[in-house]
Design a protein around this ligand. Structure first.
Ligand SMILES: Cc1cc2nc3c(=O)[nH]c(=O)nc-3n(C[C@H](O)[C@H](O)[C@H](O)COP(=O)(O)OP(=O)(O)OC[C@H]3O[C@@H](n4cnc5c(N)ncnc54)[C@H](O)[C@@H]3O)c2cc1C
Length: 549
């Protein structure tokens, strides 16, 4: 947003970011796990609930979210994915003109600098955009094995970023020469200190919007930096892009949200809207493990690990090797189970590497402490993701400390039975991969030993798989929907199709929170596309022609 809006020479843009500058460490794809729980993570956790995260420490799940320039795109797993045509056509059908797949395809292409264009259809892919997109040069045998295995089950190997994404492939990544390309790297770094009309303040925590209660007009924001409170005023408008967890928090603190909830906290209500409702994410489980054999295990000693790190640092300009990639995380497949009622997938598969013995000996501790680079493992965890959940969560303000305390995240995963049933289909599909030649040749097999707290069920049975979902719940951190876009007739809508907040003037929300329904794929590029689309809408609304500085 800040990049595209500052293309208009006569506009002045102020970008406030609660976190610090993006640290160098986040550039290294292979050590992405170290970023969760670090000082550039908001370190939020879900609230305890009966059907989720029961065997995770404190019966709550971590919900990692980036707190740095680039936001979650600076801590994410770099998978480049757009979702399915139906996702966007559905948004438009709900009464959101301008958001169909046809409307958005030019914006997907606009942000993309695809360095593998020879093998791809230029109708769908762009080469002139700020986000470099390529495959990691490092590939290990398990990554290839998984795509081969899915292919053997009948899934075609396809470009997963066309309109229909039922199939499998090794995913593209938002990286360049073995380094992360976050939105900060792509959009902000190139224009910083180049365009005189953009100011960026980091470590600036926005506490509240300044709203004239009589006219319901947003005038600016109040932010805190180094213990000092500042008030800053906008001539045109304020755009909130704090992500699906923090945008609803900021709106509610400013009096925009569900009346009853705000009144219970003595917050004067400016606009009574369903802010924080409609929370959706791609839920999955840590519970299912695949063991590899000595030949395909990539586990290394501590000494070798240090050598790899040194090698990564020394390589220039193009980084290679295991630290330059997120290896196994890039084997992706999309399937349609018997529950899908559209010609589109309802399960996506991701895999993660793990040390199987350590996981089994103490799953809780392993999950909270595993920060080994992702390319080193002796086993895998198979993660079917629920692409179109029916359950809906909610975000509320923290009663004891609404301003500085974390928001209360009630994921409410699996509160609709069908979500469990679809996921069980996904888990069974994953287990069926064991029969493929690809698995057999790689010596890969499922560990048929029940995990802790699910011992009373027969491994592989419906009840056992359900137990994995409820005890070892996780998401891959794709929260969306909490400031839902919709027409005025939609009682849950928070913003209209031009992303203006209902009942308040001069305020928009532009981030993953506006998605009315979650997309069938990873959410970074869809969010970038929302920002690209919204920037043009804002320029249209002010009838501005762009003159690049
Ligand atoms: C661990 C992880 C792995 C992921 N993996 C992938 C992946 O591989 N592929 C993919 O496509 N997607 C992935 N995602 C999801 C994707 O990164 C997000 O959907 C996307 O970045 C969301 O963008 P956003 O702008 O809505 O929010 P964010 O990126 O979260 O940005 C919000 C920004 O606002 C700032 N902020 C919040 N509150 C305030 C405040 N009060 N004052 C000032 N600033 C504030 C935050 O610090 C942050 O910088 C992953 C996410 C995570 C966390």
């Amino acid at each position: 947003m800040a990049n595209r809006l500052s293309e208009v020479k006569k506009w002045r843009i102020l970008l406030l970011e609660a976190g610090p500058e993006e640290p160098d460490v986040s550039m290294i794809p292979g050590i992405v796990r170290t970023l969760a729980g670090s000082s550039i993570d908001w370190n939020y956790r879900t609230q305890p609930e009966p059907l989720t995260c029961r065997s995770i420490r404190g019966k709550t799940c971590a919900w990692t979210s980036g707190k740095t320039m680039g936001g979650s795109s600076s801590v994410n797993y770099l998978v480049y994915m757009r979702g399915n045509r139906r996702d966007y056509d559905h948004w438009a059908e709900l009464g959101n003109p301008g958001w169909s797949y046809k409307d958005l395809l030019p914006y997907f292409k606009k942000s993309e600098n695809n360095r593998e264009i020879e093998g791809r259809d230029p109708y769908y892919h762009g080469t002139g955009g700020p986000i470099t997109v390529e495959r990691f040069s490092y590939l290990d045998s398990s990554t290839v094995m998984l795509v081969r295995a899915f292919n053997e089950t009948g899934l075609p190997i396809i470009d997963l970023n066309k309109e229909n994404n039922i199939g499998t492939d090794i995913a593209l990544s938002t990286s360049r020469d073995g380094r992360r390309v976050s939105t900060n790297v792509a959009y902000i770094k190139p224009i910083r200190k180049v365009r005189p009309n953009i100011d960026i303040i980091v470590n600036a925590f926005v506490k509240q919007l300044i709203i004239n209660p009589a006219t319901k007009t947003v005038r600016g924001v109040i932010y805190l930096k180094n213990g000092i409170t500042y008030r800053v005023f906008a001539k045109k408008e304020v755009i909130v892009s704090s992500g699906a967890l923090n945008s609803p928090k900021l709106l509610m603190l400013s009096g925009i949200g569900p009346k009853k909830h705000l009144e219970s906290l003595n917050i004067p209500v400016i606009s009574n809207l369903s802010v924080g409702h409609n929370l959706q994410d791609h839920v999955t489980t840590h519970g299912l493990s695949i063991l590899l054999n000595n030949k395909t295990s990539t586990m290394i000693s501590a000494k070798e690990l240090f050598q790899k790190i040194r090698k990564y640092y020394d390589e220039d300009p193009k980084k290679g090797g295991p630290l330059s990639a997120t290896s196994i995380l890039n084997s992706v497949a999309f399937i349609k189970t018997k529950y899908a009622n559209e010609d589109a997938p309802d399960i996506q598969f991701h895999f993660d590497g793990r040390n199987v013995e350590e996981f089994y000996s103490d799953p809780q501790t392993y999950m909270e402490t595993n920060i080994l680079p992702v390319s080193f493992y002796n086993g895998l965890t198979a993660r079917p993701l629920l692409l179109i959940p029916k359950s809906r969560g909610i975000i509320l303000l923290n009663k004891t400390n609404p301003e500085y305390g974390p928001p209360l995240i009630y994921s409410r995963f699996f509160t609709v039975q069908e979500d469990i049933d679809v996921m069980i289909e996904g888990l069974r599909y994953a287990i069926s991969l064991e029969k493929t030649d690809a698995f057999k040749e790689n010596g890969a097999h499922f560990v048929r030993k029940p995990v802790k707290n699910c011992e009373s069920y027969l491994w592989g049975s419906y009840e056992y798989l359900k137990c994995l979902l409820i005890e070892y719940t996780t998401t891959i951190y794709h929260p969306v929907g909490t400031c839902k876009m919709g027409p005025p007739t939609d009682k849950e809508a928070v913003v209209d199709s031009r992303l203006r907040v209902y009942g308040v003037k001069r305020l928009r929300v532009v981030d993953a929170s506006i998605m009315p329904f979650i997309v069938r794929g990873n959410t970074n590029i869809p969010t970038v596309t929302i920002a690209e689309r919204a920037s043009d809408m804002i320029k249209e609304d002010y009838s501005e022609t762009v003159e690049i500085l």
